[in-house]
Ligand binder design. Structure first.
Ligand code: CDP
Ligand code: MG
Length: 136
C-alpha cells in the first residue's frame, strides 16, 4: 500500500558538527520527503536514554545515549508516500561500511556509532518518536 505517512528523522551530533544539515535536508527534499517540522536542540543524557529505551539491554546503550546528548541535533518530521521506508532507504545500513552508494550514511557516516542520522523503523515507532520530540 502506498500511503502518505510521517516519520521521525534526527541529524546526529557528528553531522551537525560538520555542517551537513542542509546537505542532508536536500537529500530528503530531492527524494519527495517534505520536512514538515524541524528544530535544532541539545538533549540531556536522560532524554536520550528515554528515547533509545528499546536498546537498554544492548552493550552499546550507554555510549549511544552519551553520544546523542553530546552536542546539538536536528530533529525533523518527514512526510511522504511510505516515508518510514523511503527514509530508511535514503539513510542506508546502520554501519556506514555496509551502506549502499549514495546513501546518507555512506556519504557522511564516520562509524557505526557516528552514523550521522536516525530514522524511525516502523509506522508505530514513528508515531511514538514524533510524539516524543514534538507533542509536548
Ligand atoms: O539506527 P538504526 O536503526 O540503523 O540502528 P539500531 O540497531 O536501531 O541502533 C541504534 C543506533 O545505535 C545506531 O544508529 C548506532 O548509532 C548505534 N549502534 C552502535 O553504536 N553500535 C552497534 N553495534 C549498533 C548500533
Ligand atoms: Mg533503529
Amino acid at each position: 500500500m502506498n500511503s502518505v505517512q510521517q516519520t521521525l528523522s534526527i541529524i546526529k551530533p557528528d553531522a551537525v558538527e560538520r555542517n551537513l544539515v542542509e546537505k542532508i535536508k536536500n537529500i530528503f527534499k530531492k527524494n519527495k520527503l517534505i520536512i514538515k517540522e524541524s528544530k535544532k536542540i541539545h538533549i540531556t543524557k536522560d532524554e536520550a536514554a528515554e528515547f533509545y529505551k528499546v536498546h537498554q539491554s544492548k552493550p552499546f546503550y550507554n555510549d549511544l545515549c552519551a553520544y546523542l546528548s553530546s552536542g546539538p541535533i536536528v530533529v525533523m518530521i518527514l512526510e511522504g508516500v511510505n516515508a518510514v521506508f523511503e527514509n530508511r532507504k535514503l539513510m542506508g545500513a546502520t554501519n556506514p561500511k555496509d551502506a549502499d552508494e549514495n546513501t546518507i550514511r555512506k556519504l557522511y557516516g564516520i562509524s557505526i556509532d557516528k552514523n550521522s542520522v536516525h530514522g524511525s523503523d516502523s509506522g508505530e515507532n514513528a508515531k511514538k518518536e514524533i510524539e516524543f520530540f514534538f507533542k509536548n
